[in-house]
Design a protein around this ligand. Structure first.
Ligand code: NAD
Ligand code: DAU
Length: 351
């Protein structure tokens, strides 16, 4: 029997790709997916793998020490891949406390229980913490985030992720917890909740709704295909060095407005609409408070030490992404029914 692994947040966007990747590639691993199924967690993301014999889904909260303890007791985990989080910057601005409790307290609960079960023999154990490039703050026109860039978070989301990273390192330094942290750039691809830029705009284009571009549209993000993030996590999990940090990215920076124009073009093509239709929906709206200007990840360490290379070029990935959402309108309609409407009204009113 291979490893026994607890994956948290496996019903979300990236987590579902990580769970699928590990189940297919490592049939001898036992994978337990602990997820609270918040608005962002969705078992429809996992329909194709839910009957795998070595997979178990558990609905539960990482902040609940009793649940986490029971799972460690039952499955005797060798490792944890921790993705569960509140992940949307705009929501962190209107509701920071959920970000504090899940992202910080939840991470410390996991660390505490892992320490309880592993402290007599750290050998072969690993706390793999999935983090973000947003902890490094905002760049000017030049430069990139390296693993040495000092932390400088600006949103409640990035402050909570930075804090959780510090706790993981503190458990390593203080108690000897074997850990790895990876900090990744913006992911894109299937199954992303349509509050984030790309799925939100694809859904709005299909429904002929306005495309709300924050500020002047010149903020820059660095985009990575979500399945490449899952592959990078696998590589780092198996080959990375305990106590190290790895930046993950694809050297793929886009100004928002350039990306949105390309997206409009791809959507027009795939929806068989005349060229320029989607671009007419672009609407500049009030900026996000504290909006980080530019992110760019230097993923050189991951490439040179572990040989990571993204599998797709961006235009190819964007076309696959648009196709997935247009082929899966039922998924989109399910996740945008109910509470999503209230969120949308509140988020975009008066902008
Ligand atoms: P997501 O919002 O799509 O999914 C988060 C998942 O966590 C959901 O399934 C949700 O139900 C679950 N969850 C939330 N609170 C929980 C709790 N208290 N207990 C148990 N489960 C809970 O997020 P995502 O975009 O897939 O991000 C996953 C991780 O990757 C996060 O830690 C995020 O910070 C990090 N990350 C995301 C990106 C990105 O571009 N999306 C980039 C870098 C890093
Ligand atoms: O960099 C990694 C981070 O990327 C992750 O840690 C976060 O979990 C993830 O949500 C993402 O954060 P961003 O804030 O970069 O992603 P978002 O999709 O919300 O926004 C991308 C850019 O698009 C950003 O500059 C804000 C802008 N934007 C976003 C929305 C939702 C708009 O212009 N209009 C919008 O309606």
């Amino acid at each position: 029997m291979g490893k026994s692994i607890l994956i948290t947040g496996g019903a979300g966007f990236i987590g579902s790709h990580v769970v699928r990747h590990f189940l297919h590639k490592y049939p001898d691993y036992q994978i337990v997916n602990l997820d609270l199924l918040t608005y962002a967690g969705n078992l429809e993301n996992l329909l194709d793998i839910e009957t795998f014999p070595n997979y178990k889904f558990v609905k539960g909260d990482i902040r609940n020490e009793a649940i986490v303890d029971q799972l460690f007791q039952k499955y005797q985990f060798d490792a944890l891949i921790h993705l569960a989080a509140e992940s949307h910057v705009d929501r962190s601005i209107s509701n920071p406390l959920d970000f504090l409790t899940t992202n910080v307290l939840g991470t410390v609960v996991l660390l505490q229980v892992a320490k309880k079960y592993w402290k007599n023999d750290w050998n072969g154990k690993l706390f793999y913490h999935v983090s973000t490039d947003e902890v490094y703050g905002s760049l000017g026109e030049t430069g990139m985030f390296t693993e040495q860039t000092p932390y400088d978070p600006h949103s409640p989301y990035s402050a909570s992720k930075a804090s959780s990273d510090h706790f993981v390192r503190a458990y390593g330094d203080t108690y000897g917890m074997p850990y790895i942290i990876s900090n990744c750039s913006n992911n894109y691809g299937p199954n992303q909740f349509p509050e984030k830029l790309l799925p939100l705009f694809i859904n709005n284009i299909r429904n002929n709704k306005a495309l709300p571009v924050y500020g002047d549209g010149a903020n820059t993000r660095d985009w990575l295909w979500v399945k490449d993030h899952a592959a990078a996590i696998d590589l780092i999990f198996h080959k990375g060095v305990s106590g190290e940090t790895y930046n993950i990215g694809g050297f793929n920076e886009w100004k928002n407005i350039d990306l949105i124009r390309l997206l409009c073009q791809v959507c027009d093509e795939q929806l068989n609409r005349s060229a320029g239709s989607a671009e007419k929906l672009i609407t500049y709206v009030k900026d996000r408070p504290g909006h980080d200007r530019r992110y760019a990840i230097d993923a050189g360490k991951l490439a040179s030490t572990l040989g990571f290379k993204p599998s797709l070029n961006f235009e190819e990935g964007l076309r696959l992404t648009v196709k997935w959402y247009l082929d899966n309108t039922q998924w989109l309609d399910h996740v945008t029914s109910g509470l999503y409407q209230a969120y949308y009204e509140k988020q975009y009113q008066n902008r």
